[in-house]
Design a protein around this ligand. Structure first.
Ligand code: SF4
Ligand code: SF4
Length: 410
């Protein structure tokens, strides 16, 4: 296993981190994976309060095998449960404690090595948390030793990420990052800016498996030919291997999370992690990724590069996020595109940033270097991504969240 140093704490973190969200359903299978990965040097395990049953499975495995002190545990405060709530700072503090203590109990530990605000999407959300007294709460938890390192996971536009990393003395952050997301969400610009201040952990190196099993056939052929002709890489490197190597090549990344659901995936990732090195890719390798990306992009319908020049939209529309999710439908399927659409536009919440907010002012079209007819494309995106049944789900969720909030207020 290769290790990289956490710049803030000095911890030696394995370059391969275990994303526990996709644990197999059977406990013994999950246990086998966790113990094998620890045996081979993996020492960073990522879970979250909100992943059903996940913290408890991880905690039980570590406790049963007496290996808690051999690993770093990362888990997350469920911010989604605070979104839009109208409670006082005092009441929020009780809730922060409640969720944190539940995580400790489930994980069978009395401290968390890496604790995150789960899924911050923009500065407004962070400001709301500050108004609820989160900074004091973090200070006290760190002083008590219950939280060792504090960070946040991020799914939002890049310009919001840059504001958030500047607004607080974070120890680390967790961002989505892979060769097809170089200019999406935090992106390479965010990665570099963050790495100058804190440790950066990345997730989704395979975009939920879509850069492995879900690649267009033409892209798979390009990788295969590169292996066989030795133009770009060693023989028999799988698309997953190409994707992981792309992230490990970058010295700004400390640990790459991978959700390994079976022993074959784990063994392949362990082998790749063992051989990984920052700066290992040559120009020839990079040409191969560029060809593969072109192939992926050919299945794209809107030629948005994610440059963000059109942002901020005065009405809060996440234009590149909407276009990117729409393209994902054609390159990686409807479900993945929809997942991306919901996380980048949050259209199901009142604080969303979907195309429905556009008031047709036209400012963005003047700024787009690709000369994309943004207004027309946003309408197309909305028609595709928000058919009547999706809007019904959105209305249902708003109704449900509103009821939940009222209950809480009472
Ligand atoms: S036209 Fe719509 S998306 Fe573009 S800047 Fe104006 S409100 Fe925003
Ligand atoms: S300016 Fe154009 S290319 Fe750049 S992010 Fe906006 S829509 Fe995409």
């Amino acid at each position: 296993m290769q290790y990289r140093i956490d710049r803030k704490s000095g911890n030696k973190l394995s370059v391969l981190g275990f994303g526990c969200m996709r644990f197999p359903k059977i406990f013994s299978k999950a246990e086998e994976l966790v113990m094998r990965s620890i045996e081979k040097g993996v020492n960073y395990f990522d879970t979250a309060w909100i992943y059903p049953g996940n913290e408890r499975v991880l905690g039980t495995i570590l406790d049963k095998n007496n290996v808690r002190d051999k690993v770093f545990i990362a888990t997350k405060l469920p911010l989604v449960l605070f979104k839009g709530t109208q409670v006082s700072a005092e009441e929020s503090r009780v809730d922060f404690d409640k969720y944190f203590n539940q995580s400790l109990e489930r994980l069978k530990t009395d401290y968390i090595d890496y604790y995150m605000m789960h899924m911050i999407t923009d500065m407004d959300q962070w400001n709301q948390l500050k108004a609820l007294g989160i900074e004091n709460w973090i200070d006290q938890k760190k002083k008590s030793g219950q939280i060792k390192q504090i960070g946040f996971s991020f799914h939002g536009p890049g310009y919001e990420f840059l504001k958030i990393i500047d607004d607080y003395d974070w120890d680390f952050c967790l961002i989505q990052y892979n060769y097809s997301d170089e200019n999406f969400q935090a992106g390479v610009k965010g990665l570099r800016a963050a790495a100058a201040k804190m440790t950066v952990i990345t997730m989704e190196p395979l975009l939920g498996g879509k850069l492995a099993a879900g690649l267009p056939k033409e892209a798979v052929k390009i990788f295969k030919e590169a292996c066989h002709t030795q133009q770009g890489g060693p023989a028999d490197l799988s698309p997953a291997g190409w994707a992981l190597n792309w992230v490990w090549d970058q010295e700004e990344v400390t640990t790459v999370l991978s959700g390994m659901g079976n022993m074959d995936q784990l063994e392949e990732n362990l082998r790749l992690a063992g051989a990984s090195e920052a700066g290992m890719l040559t120009d020839k390798h990079k040409d191969v990724y560029a060809s593969v990306l072109k192939s992926i992009n050919r299945s794209c319908k809107i030629n948005c590069t994610g440059c963000n020049y059109c942002l901020p939209c005065p009405f809060g529309v996440n234009i590149p996020g909407s276009f990117s999710a729409y393209n994902v439908i054609y390159s990686h399927g409807y479900v993945e595109g929809m997942k991306q659409y919901i996380t980048s536009t949050g259209f199901t919440s009142e604080t969303g940033s979907g195309p429905c907010l556009c008031n047709k002012c036209g400012k963005c079209e003047l700024l787009c270097p690709q000369k994309i007819p943004i207004l027309k494309e946003l309408s197309k995106v909305r028609r595709k991504m928000e058919p009547w049944w999706v809007r019904c789900i959105g209305i249902g969720m708003r109704f449900y969240m509103g009821k939940k909030r009222k209950k809480k207020d009472v």
